[in-house]
Ligand binder design. Structure first.
Ligand code: FDA
Length: 386
């Protein structure tokens, strides 16, 4: 059977692109391996899908080419998606920091994408595995468990590697390699990190408002101690920038100057950990400032000891050995190299008619609705050109 475009992957980017292209009169086929489309959307945002962010710029994305995402993001904006959500009367709200969530359920986003595909007369095949892709005479031939399909355009929207239990596969990267495109090294991201050295098991479950800096980029939100390392929104954000060889710097007292606080109370008879427990959870202050149980009153500390105590809370330097892996990661960092794609159409520079959209591309957003906005924007860019 012949189509104008075949889209592999019925997730956020694939379904959105399919609806738009279908409504432009193109005959579109979506091939989805799961029995159901949009499974990641359903579990996103704790079941309420944080579908975009009010403050999207290319600065909110990590990519080997930081300029690549600009064009697509400018042409399909958060407001465009908000308008669509409003047309479907889906109630939503801003949770914090510009993050827009469905008030009721993520299912409404999947239903909306499905309705858009219906409006575009898109054919959606679920429970369908791709066996091979061939390209000859300007036609892509996709062999699947449900037969072979042909098209002049192939749009790869297979997503990243996280959450393999809900259908993630490496097919997109394999297709990219098959056609000679390069892949920027992939790794789990928006993910908890695992301490390199001894852990802080006794602090598991404790969270602290912090300023976390990884590789020069800082985020102020909570960190959360886990049994093996740190999680919480500030750490997930920092994981996009983390490099294994470099420590992450954590200011546990953002908005305060620990040195100034200590200097102002230089004659205090309070033990230094007790002093800081006014600003931090007491368990954290004790573990960082009195690990051996022999901390002194502030008045008895020399200047070097005061400086060291201030640094311990204001510039806690932490080495992580690993991430918690793809099963705990919201996204995959890296992917199909943007050097090999057109930023206008997402088409491979060397292979006419082959496009890559969404998370499979080396464009990774911050936590907070940015990754879905990239799925919509890159999907729209490809849809306009097919
Ligand atoms: P997506 O993963 O959505 O879709 C890819 C599709 O391709 C899947 O349906 C998959 O089954 C299919 N597929 C894969 N291999 C295939 C094959 N071989 N054959 C056929 N089909 C195949 N982002 C955000 O902005 N706000 C949020 O609230 C959240 N929340 C969130 C929670 C959790 C738990 C996770 C894991 C992730 C998020 N994200 C998020 C990230 C967001 O879900 C993600 O970036 C987008 O879904 C990416 O859209 P894509 O369409 O590129 O991939």
């Amino acid at each position: 059977m012949t189509f104008d475009a075949i889209i592999i992957g019925g997730g956020a980017a694939g379904m959105f692109c399919a609806g738009l292209a279908g409504k432009r009169g193109r005959r579109v086929l979506v091939i989805e391996r799961n029995a159901q489309v949009g499974r990641k959307i359903l579990i996103s945002g704790g079941g309420r899908c944080n579908f975009t962010n009010l403050n999207v710029t290319s600065e909110n994305f990590v990519s080997a080419n930081p300029h690549f995402a600009k064009s697509a993001l400018a042409r399909y904006t958060p407001q465009d998606f908000i308008d669509l959500v409003r047309r479907y009367n889906t109630p939503f709200y801003e949770k914090k920091l510009g993050q827009l969530f469905c008030r009721e359920s993520s299912k409404q986003i999947v239903s909306m994408l499905t309705a858009e595909c219906d409006a575009g007369r898109v054919r959606v095949l679920t429970g369908c595995s791709v066996e091979s892709v061939r390209h000859s005479n300007e036609t892509f031939v996709v062999k699947t468990s449900q037969g072979s399909f042909e098209s002049g355009r192939l749009i790869v929207a297979t997503g990243g590697l996280s959450f393999s239990k809900i259908g993630a596969t490496d097919l997109g990267y394999r297709i990219a390699r098959q056609f000679g495109l390069s892949i920027v090294k992939t790794r789990p991201s928006l993910v908890p990190l695992v301490f390199a050295g001894e852990g802080f098991r006794e602090l598991a479950g404790v969270s602290v408002d912090s300023l976390v800096t990884a590789n020069g980029t800082s985020f102020r939100e909570n960190i959360l101690f886990t049994h093996r390392g740190l999680s919480g929104p500030a750490i997930l954000q920092a994981s996009n920038y983390w490099e294994q060889s470099e420590p992450v710097h954590i200011d546990l007292l953002p908005g305060h100057d620990a040195s100034v606080l200590l200097t102002a109370d230089r004659s205090s008879r309070k033990r230094v950990d007790n002093f800081f427990s006014e600003f931090l959870p007491a368990k954290v202050a004790e573990r960082l400032l009195n690990p051996g149980g022999d901390a002194k009153p502030i008045a008895k500390m020399n200047d070097n000891e005061v400086d060291a105590a201030a640094a311990a809370v204001a510039d806690w330097s932490v080495k992580f050995r690993d991430t918690e892996g793809y099963d705990k990661a919201e996204v995959t960092l890296g992917g199909v190299s943007t050097d090999d794609l057109s930023s206008k159409t997402m088409e491979a520079k060397g292979v006419s008619g082959l496009h890559f959209i969404g998370e499979v591309v080396d464009v990774t957003g911050w936590l907070g609705g940015y990754n879905f906005q990239w799925a919509w924007a890159s999907g729209a860019a490809a849809a306009e050109s097919v």
